[in-house]
Design a protein around this ligand. Structure first.
Ligand code: TRP
Length: 350
């Protein structure tokens, strides 16, 4: 097609053309905001479910990404662990492709305006909304001895995170749907009481399906110890992948496999475009589960080889990570300060 070749040619043409005369500044990219828990070095589920998407979106939007250490405190009361996991998450995000020049990456507690705004939003949030939030009910069951107030007001702080930057779009996993709905309700309530201030934030759900853990039944999660730790040393990845549960009905090596229900086969989708061939090998029992796992382990290790190296370099240089995160918090400052000035004015403070 003529159209296709014209498109292919154009980048070359732009490269050699002289810089065009300055024009009116291009329309600003829409702003997105997302928060990620400081859960330490990420597992495969974190990458396929969120981080890959963050990396992609930084090119299309004005992206603000926040490592939410305040939120983490609702379930973790171990200062050393929190510090380490925050640093590991920051290094991982950069190693996996977030460009701190391109997006704004910072740690939640380094930009304290969100806590002030969180308080202000609490005053317009009925307790009943918070008590019926599904994640709150789950957390109450998971940590019955630590049903702290932060767990209840968790979604209000999350709303504050988002609206402090007046972000209109929020890339998140489906598990955040209820939180985002609550954010919208809080915004509507605020705007009704104090005048139009915040845009209603909209969730953009990541397309990737829920990634199951190595047990093949539950969602991949650090607390379930069923993860594939993508930036860990290759022998760890190999051990985790080789330990995966496959099609439990395939007992003999000669039994045909069922790729649709085999988690190893499902993960092959993300690592190479020949997964259908791999599936066919399983179906016809030409290949066994062990072969398919070994291949998956190799591919995961190769796919993340560069990121693993960058991660090691960053972790060996805490000063550099610190500087990157400080820069991010500084870059977020003017937006946060402007919003707070407006909010204080509208609410009758100062
Ligand atoms: N609750 C989110 C999670 O557990 C993290 C989060 C905090 C967040 N603040 C946010 C996500 C703001 C999106 C926008 O994954």
């Amino acid at each position: 097609m003529a159209g296709a070749s014209a498109t292919l040619d154009s980048p070359m043409t732009t490269e050699i053309a002289p810089a065009p005369a300055p024009v009116a500044s291009p329309s600003p990219r829409p702003r997105i905001f997302s928060g990620i828990q400081p859960s330490g070095a990420p597992h495969l589920g974190n990458d396929l479910g969120a981080i890959r998407n963050y990396v992609k979106l930084q090119w299309e939007y004005e992206a603000i990404y926040c490592i939410v250490d305040f939120h983490a405190l609702t379930s973790l009361h171990d200062p050393d662990a929190l510090r380490t996991r925050t640093r590991e998450m920051a290094a991982s995000l950069i190693a996996l492709g977030l460009d701190p020049e391109r997006c704004t990456l910072f740690v939640q507690s380094h930009r304290p305006e969100a806590t002030e705004l969180g308080w202000l939003l609490m005053t317009v949030t009925p307790v009943s909304w918070l008590e019926r939030t599904p994640t709150y009910k789950e957390k109450k069951q998971q940590q019955p001895d630590d049903v702290n107030h932060g767990l209840l007001s968790y979604p209000v702080l999350q709303a504050a995170d988002i609206v402090l930057y007046k972000a209109s779009l929020v890339p998140v996993g489906k598990d955040q749907a209820a939180h985002l709905e609550l954010s919208r309700e809080i915004v509507r309530r605020f705007n009704t009481l104090y005048g139009d201030t915040f845009p209603e934030p909209q969730a953009v759900f990541t397309e990737s399906p829920i990634v199951l853990g190595t047990d093949g039944v539950r969602k991949m999660s650090k607390s379930l110890a069923n993860t594939i730790d993508i930036l860990a040393p290759p022998e760890v990845v190999t051990r985790q992948v080789m330990g995966m549960v496959t099609d439990t009905k395939r007992i003999l090596r000669t039994d045909p496999g069922r790729p649709e229900v085999c988690n190893v086969c499902q993960l092959h989708r993300f690592f190479g475009d020949d997964f259908e061939e791999i599936w066919e090998g399983e179906r016809t029992a030409r290949t066994g589960c062990v072969d398919t796992k070994r291949l998956l382990a190799e591919r995961i290790i190769r796919h993340y080889a560069e990121a693993r190296e960058r991660y090691a370099e960053l972790m060996a240089d805490p000063v550099r990570i610190g500087r990157i995160l400080d820069d991010g918090a500084e870059r977020a400052r003017p937006i946060a300060e402007a919003t707070m000035a407006e909010v204080r004015e509208k609410m009758g403070l100062r």
